[in-house]
Design a protein around this ligand. Structure first.
Ligand SMILES: Nc1ncnc2c1ncn2[C@@H]1O[C@H](COP(=O)(O)OP(=O)(O)OP(=O)(O)O)[C@@H](O)[C@H]1O
Ligand SMILES: [Mg+2]
Length: 232
């Protein structure tokens, strides 16, 4: 059974009486525990595709099945509930809530789920990403790499079945980015999470088991990497 299935996903925007096709009938399937990257030039539709897969946005046509739940017919609230239950998301620009401390940011998804020991779990996650002492700091008091590690802790808070990461190292320097990437793969391995990664970095993509390439909204290639053999 696949954890994610995209069927003829198409996304169009209307502007000035014209139709702009941003994604054109994209289909693929991901098995539980796979690590998967989406690569392609700027503007090719990668973020759009990730947003559709995570249920953040709606396709113009085609379907997404997340853990066998068909997302396209769900209401906004129902999709939010599915996201909270199954999905972790890491954004290029971190997207932490500025008025909450690091600890409170990690607690948000836990509290949404009604977890009683949200504070303790969040503290453990912060320790896991090396920020156990920084829980009381606000996002503006943290460096970019630290903010991205908080967002990683937040993404793993719900023990997601699938983690989506959109250029998670796009705003980080080389050393910090290597550190964040190692942490993503480490947490992913420990939790057995499926990882879907958007990246410009082909070296990073080559660490996943499978790479799909998008160009002008079309899926142009779907390749298994050698990691497939060693990790499966
Ligand atoms: N709301 C919108 N209205 C019109 N066009 C849009 C909208 N959102 C995105 N697009 C267009 O869709 C295309 C794909 O955008 P998307 O953000 O998915 O690209 P991307 O592959 O993630 O690019 P990058 O690597 O630069 O992040 C772009 O041409 C963009 O301008
Ligand atoms: Mg993008």
């Amino acid at each position: 059974m696949s954890i994610l299935r995209a069927e003829n996903l198409t996304k169009t925007y209307q502007s000035g009486g014209r139709t702009l096709t941003v994604l054109n009938s994209v289909s693929f399937e991901i098995q539980p525990g796979d690590t998967f990257s989406i690569v392609g030039p700027s503007g090719s539709g990668k973020t759009t595709l990730l947003g559709l897969c995570a249920g953040l946005d709606r396709a113009s046509s085609g379907s997404i099945y997340l853990n066998n739940i068909k997302l396209d017919t769900l209401s906004e609230d129902e999709r939010a509930a599915v996201r909270n239950q199954y999905v972790g998301f890491i954004f290029q620009n971190f997207q932490l809530l500025p008025t909450l401390t690091a600890l409170e940011n990690v607690m948000v998804p836990l509290e949404l789920r009604g977890e009683k020991r949200a504070g303790k779990t969040a503290q453990e996650l912060l320790e896991r990403v090396g920020l156990g002492q920084r829980g009381h700091h606000y996002p503006t008091q943290l460096s970019g790499g630290e903010q991205q590690r908080v967002s990683l802790a937040r993404a793993f808070a719900n023990r997601p079945k699938i983690l989506f990461a959109d250029e998670p190292t796009g705003n980080l320097d080389t050393d910090t980015s290597a550190n964040v990437v190692d942490l993503i793969f480490e947490l992913n391995r420990e939790a057995g999470t499926t990882l879907v990664l958007v990246t410009h970095d082909l070296e990073l993509a080559s660490r996943t088991q499978r790479i799909i390439r998008i160009k002008g909204g079309n899926l142009v290639s779907d390749t298994l990497t050698e990691n497939r053999i060693t990790t499966n």
